[in-house]
Design a protein around this ligand. Structure first.
Ligand code: FUB
Length: 446
């Protein structure tokens, strides 16, 4: 019977697994927010909130609505696997299964166990406001088993956990301001009285604490409403419970107007990354958000350079995958338009329209394995017919292919032989030659 149950769990895990290849946003099969990224066993695991659209009777219409959490992982920050639901509001013994408020979570490993922390409102009769629960697993992708009760002594949202070099664990959370306390080694109980963390701007909502350590310095990162919407800031300290010293802005307010932002910071294969969110897949409703990542760099003095959000994001794209050039690294000042491929189903992503002679898109970091490719494929359509030139974008700018996109109203894959075979990691340039109007879904090499 036990073996049968284990098989069922394994089968459901296998059936739930979904794969996607990503730039920004990282996840294209659902809305994701509040990313907590962690490096476990040489892979990046992503524990985001899972936004859905509230409908009458299911959540508060027009507000955040979350009923469960998924976990994702990636070996390279480009290919992401969705392991499906790991915790849901109707399987947490103490949580109100009608609240749809499973907000920003976190996960940490201790002695081979994975502890998943999540805020949610308790059942009627329990504590008011948000409590913080824990679910435990033997694998970062689950299955996670929820504890019967939330952590006593925490009232707030956005838990974040850090284990210091000496093995002492700390938990942080938000309730207008930022709070912290020691955690016992069982990772389930507070080991000190909560304290309000000091050293942050007095005015304006602060939430989403995420602490990391680098070279003996503790960086507390957090979203803050300094003006009208949230921006990401950070403060530094030599102690995990502060006092902290405000150090600056990590990321400015989003230009799209998405009211919230929420971050995590990891080092993976000798590069630091900032994970955050925006409303890419729901530009008209900022409670349905999408997780992004961009590289993060430190100055010599240990301060952090402001991260400028990009569409290209992070990771190296394999040339044989479908390259979504609408997630560009750079583009010409005019003659390029981006739009959803399908305005009813935005999860299908975007298309690029070239509509001016010479207009161009640059897409960086594409890996060409030696002697691997012979052809270029472009999924495109053109009401006028047009020519796209695909070249490497480096000092020599070599033409890889000249693609003749025929006049027509349907999307079709145009295939051409390559004129030049790039090797290694290259930046690509896609340019409209002559006049016309060409729409591109993706480019790939085979
Ligand atoms: O996702 C719900 C809430 O929005 C989070 O808990 C906050 O940090 C903000 O992102």
């Amino acid at each position: 019977m036990k073996y049968f149950k284990q098989c069922l769990i394994l089968m459901s895990l296998v059936l739930n697994v979904k794969y996607s290849t990503a730039q920004n946003p990282l996840i294209m099969n659902q809305f994701t927010a509040d990313p907590s990224a962690r490096v476990f066993n040489g892979k990046v695991y992503l524990y985001p909130s899972h936004d859905i659209l509230a409908t009458p009777g299911h959540g508060r219409v027009g507000w955040f609505c979350m009923q469960d959490y998924h976990v994702f992982s990636s070996p390279n920050l480009t290919d992401w696997t969705d392991y499906g639901v790991i915790v849901s509001q109707n399987k947490v013994p103490w949580a109100d299964s009608t609240a749809y408020s499973m907000w920003a979570p976190d996960c940490i490993e201790r002695a081979g166990k994975y502890y998943f922390y999540f805020p949610a409102p308790a059942k009627p009769g329990g504590a008011r406001g948000f409590s913080v629960g824990v679910a435990i697993a033997d694998d970062p992708a689950g299955p996670f088993i929820s504890q019967p009760l939330p952590i006593a002594g925490i009232h707030g949202i956005d838990p974040n956990v850090q284990i210091d070099k000496d093995g002492q664990a700390y938990i942080y959370w938000a309730q207008g301001n930022l709070y912290g306390a020691k955690l016992k080694s069982n990772m389930l109980e507070l080991d000190s009285e909560p304290v309000k963390l000091e050293g942050f701007p007095d005015k304006g909502l602060k939430e989403g604490p995420y602490l990391f350590e680098r070279k003996g310095v503790y960086y507390m990162t957090y979203p803050h409403v300094a003006d009208k919407i949230e921006r990401l800031e950070y403060a530094m300290s030599d102690s995990l419970l502060g006092p902290f010293k405000y150090a600056g802005v990590l990321m400015d307010e989003s230009t799209s107007g998405c009211w919230t932002n929420h971050q995590s910071v990891i080092e993976f294969k000798n590069q630091w990354y900032l994970f955050y969110h925006n409303d890419d897949l729901s530009p008209n409703f900022d409670k349905n958000r999408s997780v992004r990542a961009d590289s993060l760099f430190f100055n010599e003095d240990g301060t952090i350079r402001k991260v400028i959000p990009t569409l290209r994001g992070v990771g190296i794209s394999n040339a044989t995958k479908k390259l979504k050039i609408d997630r560009f690294s750079a583009k010409s000042a005019d003659g390029i338009d981006l739009a959803f491929l399908d305005t009813i189903n935005k999860f299908k992503g975007w298309k690029t329209t070239f509509n001016k002679t010479g207009s161009w898109i640059q897409y960086n970091s594409v890996l060409f394995t030696k002697n691997q490719i012979k052809h270029v494929k472009v999924n495109a359509r053109s009401a006028t017919g047009g020519i796209l030139l695909i070249s490497t974008k480096d000092a020599s700018e070599k033409t890889i292919a000249k693609m003749n996109i025929p006049k027509g109203y349907n999307w079709s894959v145009v295939t051409n032989d390559i004129l030049f075979m790039p090797t290694g990691v290259k930046n690509l340039l896609v340019q409209l030659k002559g006049c016309g109007n060409v729409e591109v879904d993706w480019i790939s090499f085979e």
